[in-house]
Design a protein around this ligand. Structure first.
Ligand code: PEP
Ligand code: MN
Length: 337
């Protein structure tokens, strides 16, 4: 259930509505907007009498939410959520570019990556340090040392850090080094991990599972939101279809669909979305044109020698060219880069 308060409703009125919702069995999540405070009630009875709430002082309207996700739905925060991370904002005017190698391989590799990412104008340095790989024989990453390198290098170049949390036992470790915690596609329905991420307060970048619907993605976000962590950024990273030419099929249409259904920011990952370097820039351009709030792009100083995901990593010159193109596309859709 959603209760929308009138413009100018007093704190006292809001508190007494919250009290009534709690008495009726709801867990209450509050969203304080510029015009209206919205109270989202989850977990209460299905047949609650809406009129009972509409008659309370200061209430504008009350309604039931038809979708299975409540806090992730657009009606909870009609104006959209802006996730602030240090000096940057996801879901604001600027399209945020996060870039870097698939994995942190060495001090030299991450230094060269950070240098080129910062020079081209991206805001966030990405890099895997703890991720499980699809094959147990693949490069198994540097662990805490990788996170430390990522942090130090990013700080030197004025970048923020995004890295993946592979399971709930690693949340504390990644939190010590990263600004944004990534949930990988293979973990989108790891509900134990999602619940734990809901209890802490670092922003989470939640990637869509390779065989997940948009509704399932939003339900996974709901797990994090219902724990009280509202800083969730969704990521379309390609789904598995019958097409084999590309590694996955980047579902660009998920961007406008999510924008309509949810208030959460959504970014696109054209690297995993295509799996092929020569297709990444075209899909990155398409994602920004379609309204993505940001991009997650793999770029490597020497992709042909990359230990992970080299085929989908842009070369430095390709990344620079992409950033130049995005500076033209973003303003055409009312954004900046
Ligand atoms: C990644 O971003 O490095 C990654 C492994 O992505 P995904 O979980 O989308 O496969
Ligand atoms: Mn990767």
């Amino acid at each position: 259930m959603i209760v929308v308060m009138q413009t100018g409703a007093t704190e006292e009125q809001i508190d007494s509505v919250i009290e009534r919702m709690v008495e009726s069995g709801f867990d209450v999540h509050r969203s304080t907007g510029v015009m209206h405070t919205v109270l989202g009630g989850v977990g209460g009875p299905e047949n609650v009498d809406l009129a009972m709430f509409e008659l309370l002082d200061g209430v504008k309207e009350a309604h039931r939410i038809g979708s299975p996700y409540k806090l992730a739905s657009r009606s909870f925060r009609p104006a959209g959520t802006v996730v602030k991370v240090g000096p940057i904002e996801f879901g604001g005017h600027r399209v945020i570019v996060m870039a870097g190698p698939g994995s942190v391989e060495s001090r030299e590799q991450i230094e060269r990556s950070a240098e080129l990412v910062a020079r081209a104008g991206a805001a966030v340095l990405r890099g895997g340090a703890l991720r499980p790989r699809s094959s147990p024989y693949g490069f198994q990453e540097l662990g805490e040392e990788g996170l430390r390198l990522l942090r130090e290098t990013a700080d030197r170049h004025g970048l923020l850090v995004l890295s993946e949390v592979p399971d709930q036992t690693q949340i504390d470790l990644v939190t010590r080094y990263a600004d944004i915690l990534q949930v990988g596609a293979r973990n989108m329905q790891n509900f134990t991990l999602l619940r734990e991420l809901g209890k802490q307060r670092k922003p989470v970048l939640l990637k869509r599972g390779i065989a997940s619907t948009i509704e399932e993605l939003l339900l996974s976000a709901e797990y994090i939101l219902s724990g009280g962590n509202y800083d969730v950024i969704l990521c379309e990273r390609g789904i598995r279809t019958f097409e084999t030419y590309t590694r996955h099929t980047l579902d660009i249409s998920a961007i406008p669909v999510v924008k309509k259904l949810s208030h959460l920011p959504i970014v696109a990952d054209p690297s995993h979305g295509t799996g092929r370097r020569d297709k990444v820039s075209a899909m990155a351009r398409a994602a920004v044109a379609a309204g993505a709030d940001g991009l997650l792009v793999e770029v490597h100083p020497d992709p042909d020698r990359a230990l992970t995901d080299g085929a989908q990593s842009l070369r430095p010159d390709q990344f620079e060219e992409l950033m130049r193109q995005l500076r033209i596309i973003a303003p055409a859709v009312g954004r900046t880069l």
